[in-house]
Write a protein that binds this ligand. Structure first.
Ligand code: AMP
Ligand code: MG
Length: 429
């Protein structure tokens, strides 16, 4: 089963309102195995709406329209639909009475303009609106030669009204037409390698004609695998999805830190909780000494509910003076190696651990830019150290991008080093 989603509104094409309806409807359709062939967006212009409808009805089984059925002059979706169907608009007495009752209930006079909201094309069905005055329309388009049939649903643009109507009066029809088919999805997250490197490790799993399909997206340095499984039944879709998730995990191993809504800091906090067997640790798990990340690592870790058992505290030692004053980093060390150096990062990590009496200490020093780079330590150079029982890991990274990117990637890399340490493994890159 195929659908096209059409959103109507000047505010959408002008970029004043983000079209959240289409994204939401797409996700709901996917859950019942319906493929979405296109998202279309047109302004409140009758000709443009008709054009979009005419182009769509031949390409899908369901055309799902939202917006443009309010009571004002610029609401033209019902007129456009009537023209496309070749039917006149007729007054629906039942909905007119509902409208009159609604206005009596809210003790407001009903404007004659509202009457248009009870008009629908002949041969179509009114779809009740339980939270507003704009009723929806359920119509079937058929071409003159009867070769093309398309069910058209028109819904209000207001997201809350649209969602209620969609769940109750639209989705069941799509589900029935799909005969139990389902599209199930899962997302796996990695950090540390680029999109190209991840896809090379996946090899044939990313073939375009594969079902379940595997695709990658990148956001904030996180490369995510999006796995979509389309089958005739939910049980089959689920079984095959699990198989493919297993194959992706086999190909990428520990590079995958989480699934779906899981975040990197969450996974680190969970790993601590797991290592501690679910009870409060005898000493806090981690403390951080941050320079170029300015507290970002502390922010990320403390965003996770329950972090207080694991996160001790952090220092933002941005200046050399702060590093010597708060962390007792010897001035000689700073002079000898430079502030952005592995020995200084290691000393920061060690001092954080000692002062906080924690299991691990993280130290981060680097150059986020745009200024301050030198030929030896260009912008993007970040030294990260992890000091803990038995060993100190220190690494120098060169992160691309602007100040915000360098700081963000450095914080995520520090958490990644911590995650691998808790796994008892070396960083794989
Ligand atoms: P309408 O049904 O066209 O009168 O739309 C009413 C309101 O719903 C608009 O003013 C928008 O704020 C909102 N809206 C309409 N279409 C969308 C959409 N596709 N995504 C998100 N909000 C929308
Ligand atoms: Mg509108």
């Amino acid at each position: 089963v195929r659908a096209i989603i059409l959103s109507v509104g000047d505010e959408l094409t002008l970029g004043q309102t983000v079209d959240t309806n289409s994204a939401w409807i797409s996700r709901r359709l996917a859950a019942v195995g319906c493929d979405v062939a296109a998202h279309l967006t047109v302004p409140d212009d009758q000709h443009a709406i008709e054009q979009a409808m005419l182009e769509s009805v031949g390409r899908c089984d369901f055309l799902i329209v939202s917006g443009g059925i309010g009571p004002t002059e610029d609401d033209l979706t019902r007129q456009a639909l009537a023209a496309v169907l070749g039917e006149p608009l007729e007054l629906n007495e039942a909905w007119l009475r509902e409208l009159e009752a609604f206005f009596r209930r809210v003790k407001r006079p009903m404007s004659p303009l509202n009457r248009v909201q009870a008009m629908i094309p002949r041969c179509s069905r009114m779809v009740a609106n339980t939270c507003g005055t704009a009723a929806g329309i359920d119509a079937t388009y058929q071409s003159g030669d009867l070769k093309t049939t398309c069910r058209v649903f028109v819904m209000p643009g207001v997201p809350k009204e649209m969602k209620a109507m969609f769940e109750r009066d639209v989705l069941p029809h799509v589900r029935a037409a799909g005969g139990g088919a389902a599209i199930l999805s899962r997302t796996l997250h990695t950090f540390g390698l680029g999109e190209r490197a991840v896809s090379e490790k996946l090899g044939d799993l990313m073939r375009r004609d594969r079902n379940p399909s595997v695709g990658t997206t990148v956001s904030g340095g996180v490369v995510s695998l999006r796995i979509n499984s389309r089958f005739g039944s939910e049980a089959e879709a689920k079984e095959r999805l699990d198989d493919t998730v297993g194959a992706c995990r086999a190909a990428l191993g520990d590079l995958i830190y989480g699934e779906d809504e899981q975040t990197l800091p969450q996974v680190v906090i969970e790993a601590f909780a797991w290592a501690n067997g679910g009870s409060a640790p005898p000493v806090p798990d981690v403390a951080v000494a941050e320079s170029c990340t300015g507290g970002l690592i502390a922010k990320m870790l403390t965003e996770v509910p329950g972090a207080s058992w694991h996160f001790a505290f952090g220092w933002v030692t941005y200046s050399e003076y702060a590093k010597t004053k708060l962390l007792d980093i010897p001035e000689a060390l700073l002079k000898e190696h430079g502030v952005v150096s592995e020995p200084v990062a290691a000393a920061m990590a060690q001092q954080a651990r000692i002062k906080a009496r924690s299991m691990f200490g993280l130290g981060v020093t680097g150059i986020a830019g745009p200024d301050g780079g030198t030929p030896v330590t260009p912008v993007g150079t970040v030294c990260i150290a992890l000091h803990g029982p038995g060993a100190t890991n220190v690494r120098t990274f060169h992160f691309p991008g602007d100040r915000e990117m360098v700081r963000d990637r450095a914080a995520k890399m520090a958490l990644t080093m911590l995650r691998y340490r808790l796994l008892g493994k070396e960083l794989p890159f």
